[in-house]
Design a protein around this ligand. Structure first.
Ligand code: E4P
Length: 216
């Protein structure tokens, strides 16, 4: 499973990129709205000048024509822009048209296996099931990842599954076990993945031993 970062914040993207683990970035309108004083397109220019892998940029229009217009403008920004569209009939028409033009797509707001199958059949490069938001309402987000992974494997579907709406490290481990190709993770959770008390304890013990040796 590969790691994407789920943010529009440049400092977070720079830090994650420096870790050498980053295979892409996803943004959404809520994440972009948190970034004050910079236009959406300018932020995408900044991100794509640093990250050469997939950078998802979401359209705001709800109709196919509007989505196509936005998508074409976004795709002009850099060759690695992936157009993110909502899981609606107009969204999938847009996926079908962009796929014909060779533009990568990410279908977002997926909450059922049927939605993922529809998105894949329309040609989506990526499908994004939202784990955390399903868990929030008492459904099993990880079961959805597992179901989609099984269906894609049975039918030889090549769309990649992005486990989205990740809230904590166990979501990451479980998404990998259930067969997600990618997890898009908030920066805070990426940092949590490093933590283990025995690692910290081990470093402290090594340093203490080293100090006692050099002082003897
Ligand atoms: C995915 O691409 C979305 O940006 C994201 O994972 C949404 O997560 P949230 O439920 O934390 O807003």
């Amino acid at each position: 499973m590969k790691f994407f970062i789920d943010t529009a914040n440049m400092d977070e993207i720079r830090e994650a990129h420096a870790l050498g683990i980053l295979a892409g970035v996803t943004t959404n309108p809520s994440l972009v709205a948190k970034e004050k004083g910079v236009s959406f397109h300018d932020r995408l220019r900044e991100i794509t000048s640093l990250v050469k892998d997939s950078v998802s940029a979401e359209v705001i229009s709800l109709d196919h024509e509007g989505m196509m217009k936005e998508a074409r403008e976004l795709a002009e920004i850099a060759p690695n822009i992936t157009i993110k569209v909502p899981m609606t009939p107009d969204g999938l028409k847009t996926v079908a048209a962009l796929t014909k033009d060779g533009i990568k797509t990410n279908v977002t707001l997926i909450f059922s296996a049927n939605q993922a199958l529809l998105a894949a059949r329309a040609g989506a490069t990526y499908v994004s099931p939202f784990l955390g938001r399903l868990d929030d309402i008492g459904f099993n987000g990880l079961q959805l990842i597992s179901d989609i992974a099984d269906i894609f494997a049975i039918h030889g579907i090549e769309s990649e599954i992005i486990a989205a709406s990740i809230r904590h490290p166990m979501h990451v481990t479980e998404a990998a076990l259930k067969g997600a190709h990618i997890a898009t993770i908030p920066y805070k959770v990426i940092l949590q993945l490093f933590n283990h008390p025995l690692t910290e304890k081990g470093i402290e013990a090594f340093l203490a031993d080293w100090k006692s040796r050099s002082e003897s």
